[in-house]
Design a protein around this ligand. Structure first.
Ligand SMILES: [Zn+2]
Length: 463
């Protein structure tokens, strides 16, 4: 097998020589290289970390070590924002060794001895409790009390209260918390139909604080702080106020950069999404989706104009497609492929020539692609020889307001007669006028003004 030379793997956030070089996907039964599974997007890796831990908390692990079948989770190494997989339990059954000297419990014990519950933590709890007390919509505030779960589990959040019908838990975050703990708590409050908010005392935009990242990237890129300042704001507003930090995509020359923002916000300004355990001021995911939708719309508009320019130029030249003309056409075919539309091998192939000429003529109110003298001759041509295009042509006449022009050119009254003949047939859904559907996708793309009406044949009785 050739060496898998894939640039994205070279830039992966995996550590060098990970002990677990591959993981087994329980759903697909396939093994995935660690580099690929971790990828090169830090925010996605942090979300993946939460996903793995949540799956383990639910006792439905998604990824295993393929050697020993023990569930794995994702560890972030402090230096350099690198990741590796670690066994959930390591008891010597596997040749891969992923645990260091100190166990989690030992580290906890050390930390506990080093710094008992600090004065900071106490003050933070008071700040949160007092801020909530300012807001009469909160009820049953409690500090350091047990929250009993429905299935026997329990938690003891720093502060808890009911906001309307929603039970909320506030956890103060002063030092590192394990992703396992964060995932288990998220899961607990999710099962309870409640909402957990992590509150930080300090903000670190350097990105070295892994716990902050674990919360931030799993909370629509919003993180909250509580302080004397937010307490004063809560008192002034009579509402719970917190400091929000978030990132926003901002245009910077030709590219988009993420910028940090900060604002003291009241709870009324926040979106609560308890089902995903998210609470946020700025909808980052929504903004990104909007941005990509905007750029998609702009891209489509450019392509629409490109096709039209090609078509009008070609009609002006008299459409003798030389080899040179096929170069831009092939470029268009490729570009349309990318938006899921198949163009014909040659311009105007498969009968689309007449249709496109008729529609561009209607759009511009000019004769495009024929040597007629009057616009009405196009209408006669379509109604006489291309009945299956008449429906869409009529839609275009209506959309671009060409009805009056045709009537004004109908001195002989022949067109009126024709309309009197075909209208009842169309209204009955006559198969003679049944629209040709082969080009609907292309027409909808090129003439968005009529896209929604294309499939409305036969028209509802129109008298
Ligand atoms: Zn293993």
């Amino acid at each position: 097998m050739p060496y898998p030379f894939d640039m994205s793997e070279w830039q992966s956030l995996v550590v060098e020589n990970p002990e677990i070089p591959e993981i087994l996907d329980m759903d697909s039964g396939e093994t995935i290289g660690a580099a690929k599974a971790i990828g090169n997007d830090y925010s996605k890796a942090i979300q993946f970390r939460m996903e793995l831990r949540t799956a383990i908390a639910r006792e439905k692990p998604k990824f295993l070590c393929p050697i020993c079948q023990v569930p794995v989770y994702l560890v972030s190494r402090k230096e350099g924002r690198r990741f590796f997989f670690r066994h959930q339990v390591e008891d010597g059954r596997c040749s891969a060794r992923t645990r260091g000297e100190l166990s989690e419990r030992e580290i906890d014990a050390r930390r506990y001895n080093g710094a008992k519950e600090s004065r900071d933590h106490l003050r933070m709890k008071e700040i949160v409790a007092e801020s909530i007390a300012c807001d009469h919509r909160f009820s049953l505030p409690k500090t350091e009390e047990t929250w009993k779960g429905a299935i026997g589990a329990w938690r003891r959040p720093d502060v808890q209260a009911k906001f309307g019908e929603l039970r909320m838990a506030f956890e103060i975050q002063l030092s590192t918390t394990y992703i396992r703990v964060i995932a288990e708590r998220r899961e607990f409050y999710l099962q309870e139909g409640g909402l957990l908010i992590w509150l930080f005392k300090r903000f670190d935009d350097g990105g070295n604080r892994l716990t902050q990242d674990d919360v931030f990237y799993n909370n629509n890129r919003n993180v909250f702080l509580a302080s004397e300042e937010t307490l004063a704001a809560s008192k002034a507003a009579g509402k719970l106020c917190l400091e929000c930090r978030w990132t926003e995509p901002v245009a910077d020359g030709g590219s988009v950069v993420l910028q940090w923002r900060r604002k003291i916000v009241s709870i009324d300004e926040l979106t609560i999404d308890a089902e995903r355990q998210r609470i946020y001021f700025y909808d980052f995911d929504g903004a990104v989706a909007q941005r990509s939708a905007d750029s998609k719309i702009a891209g489509e508009e450019t392509l629409r104009r490109r096709f039209e320019t090609f078509w009008l130029d070609r009609a002006k030249r008299g459409r003798n497609d030389s080899r040179d003309d096929l170069v831009p056409w092939n470029g268009l075919r490729k570009a349309f492929d990318e938006v899921g539309l198949k163009l014909t091998t040659y311009p105007g192939g498969e009968g689309s020539e007449t249709l496109l000429n008729a529609l561009y003529s209607a759009k511009h109110g000019q004769i495009i692609g024929w040597n007629y003298k009057k616009f009405i001759e196009i209408a006669h041509r379509i109604a006489g020889g291309h009945k299956r295009y008449l429906w869409v042509f009529r839609l275009a006449l209506a959309a671009y307001g060409r009805g009056g022009m045709i009537l004004s050119q109908d001195q002989s009254g022949l067109w009126r007669k024709r309309v009197a003949h075909y209208r009842p047939l169309m209204d009955q859904g006559s198969s003679e006028y049944q629209p040709d559907r082969r080009f609907d996708g292309l027409i909808a793309f090129l003439f968005p003004e009529i896209a929604d009406s294309l499939d409305k044949y036969p028209p509802p009785a129109s008298r």
